[in-house]
Design a protein around this ligand. Structure first.
Ligand code: NDP
Length: 288
């Protein structure tokens, strides 16, 4: 028989996690603040718990999926004694510092703490391509890895509990950067009356081609410390970027999303990095 699991927090994501565990054959106990949300899962075979205490008592592996880490304290702080010796996997989105603080709280009570960053939306749970980042108590993670694999592929990123959130938020940062660019491009073409449907395939191919080159290229430059380029220097980018800003202004499109780029290019060139590629900017952004 598969090991039992408890899931606390049955929003869109928590419900998807619990459903995946049930589908994989794990006896699954579920609790939610608003009790009605246990209904669909109970229909799939879950055991509803009336209180967080009952849920925590039901399994050695406890998964939390709440809106914020403040809520994780609300729910679990009163249950520290009951959690002793168990593993708490926290999939709630938060900062690295919050994860470390939760890990320190857990350590005080002999709770094995594993922080998790879910790189998927609820319908992607338990489908190929979805994965979850984990950090914190490695022994507890290894012990429960097979169970956690029912949710999505598992990616261990290290014993510092804050690392899963750091990787998660860094991936989201890349995503937001892309969103910024795509949004601006549609605003700009939209102003000129270019049909979004006609522009979309070009934009998608362009962003994909650029990303496919940029990401490994930046990584290689950062690994080697060798940023010199004969392809697209900071000097060339610094010279061309005002054309973008002028076009935003001409078209009547706000430049607020791009406000930081020109000053950064200027600073890079001023500091003597004009012959380097854009990978240099990743070094310049790091503050002491
Ligand atoms: P929902 O808003 O659908 O669910 C939020 C859950 O948190 C509900 O179960 C809610 O209970 C519970 N909750 C909120 N406050 C409290 C509290 N004070 N005490 C007890 N329970 C509380 O959000 P999601 O399920 O989508 O997201 C949950 C977590 O997963 C978030 O941290 C989110 O960032 C993360 N995540 C979500 C993804 C997504 O695509 N949805 C992707 C990756 C991560 P109630 O039903 O009673 O309101």
């Amino acid at each position: 028989p598969k090991p039992p699991v408890s899931v606390l927090g049955l929003g869109n994501m928590g419900s998807a996690l619990a459903a995946a565990l049930l589908k994989a054959g794990h006896p699954t106990t579920v609790w939610n603040r608003t009790a009605a949300k246990t209904g669909p899962l109970t229909a799939q075979g879950a055991t509803p718990a009336e209180t967080p205490l009952a849920a925590v008592t039901a399994a050695p592996l406890v998964i939390a999926c709440l809106t914020l880490n403040d809520h994780v304290y609300d729910v679990f702080e009163p249950l520290a004694e009951e959690l002793r010796g168990k593993t708490l996997v926290n999939t709630t989105n938060g900062t690295p510092a919050q994860a470390r603080e939760l890990a320190a709280w857990a350590a005080k009570h002999d709770i094995a703490y594993v922080d998790a960053g879910i790189m998927a939306i609820p319908p992607m749970i338990a489908t190929p391509g979805a994965y979850i980042l984990y950090s914190g108590d490695e022994k507890a993670f290894e012990e429960h890895r097979e169970t956690l694999a029912a949710l999505a592929d598992t990616k261990w990123v290290g014993q510092d509990a804050g690392l899963a959130a750091l990787w998660d938020l860094s991936l989201l940062t890349g995503m937001y950067g892309m969103i910024v660019g795509v949004t601006q491009a549609f605003a700009l073409t939209g102003r000129a009356g270019v049909p979004p449907k006609e522009f979309a395939p070009l934009l998608a191919d362009w962003v994909t081609a650029m990303t496919n080159g940029l990401v490994p290229g930046t990584a290689a430059a950062l690994e080697s410390g060798q940023h010199l380029t004969d392809v697209s220097s900071l000097l060339v980018n610094q010279a061309a970027f005002p054309n973008l800003l002028a076009t935003f202004a001409e078209a009547g499109v706000s430049d607020e999303l791009f406000a930081g780029v020109q000053p950064l290019l200027d600073r890079a060139v001023e500091q003597g990095h004009g012959a380097d590629g854009l990978s240099r900017l990743a070094e310049l952004l790091k503050q002491d």
